[in-house]
Design a protein around this ligand. Structure first.
Ligand SMILES: [Zn+2]
Ligand SMILES: [Zn+2]
Length: 150
């Protein structure tokens, strides 16, 4: 088991603990959603997660997936990546940036060693509004798409 997987396995327990502290029952359905997201390395959106978890939990409703993801995101347990079509979710909270492929929609991690640290922002920007989170998105065409087109 590599370092990354170890990190993700640890987070599964943390998800359960914080949900419980916040009065949310860790139902089997919720556990399956958390487990699937914790193992995901491709920044899935809610619909993608729904389809994956439904292989094990056929009766899972979209509403349960959306609500669980919103709770996890609002408690800072997963990162919400705002995207034009649907928010994507990231279980990896270590600071990093995202490269988004404008052709296939793939979201790839870019380390802070490559692009420098995630910029910090104050809680509020004067005359503009409150700050919830700071994201750096780099848009382009990924290597896989580039090779296909070549
Ligand atoms: Zn691509
Ligand atoms: Zn990421």
């Amino acid at each position: 088991m590599g370092k990354r997987q170890e990190f993700r396995a640890n987070r599964e327990g943390e998800f359960a603990r914080v949900l419980a502290v916040n009065g949310l029952r860790m139902t089997q359905q919720r556990l399956e959603i958390v487990r699937e997201l914790a193992a995901a390395q491709d920044h899935p959106d809610a619909e993608t997660l729904l389809h994956r978890v439904r292989r094990r939990v056929p009766m899972l409703s979209p509403d349960t997936v959306y609500r669980t993801l919103e709770v996890l995101a609002s408690h800072g347990l997963v990162a919400r990546i705002p995207m034009p079509r649907a928010n994507r979710f990231d279980p990896d909270l270590t600071p990093h940036h995202h490269f988004v492929c404008s052709r296939c929609g793939r979201v790839l991690d870019v380390g802070v060693d490559v692009l420098g640290p995630v910029p910090s922002a104050p809680a509020a920007l004067e005359g503009i509004g409150q700050v919830d989170s700071v994201h750096l998105q780099i848009w382009g065409v990924c290597d896989a798409c580039e090779e296909e087109g070549a």
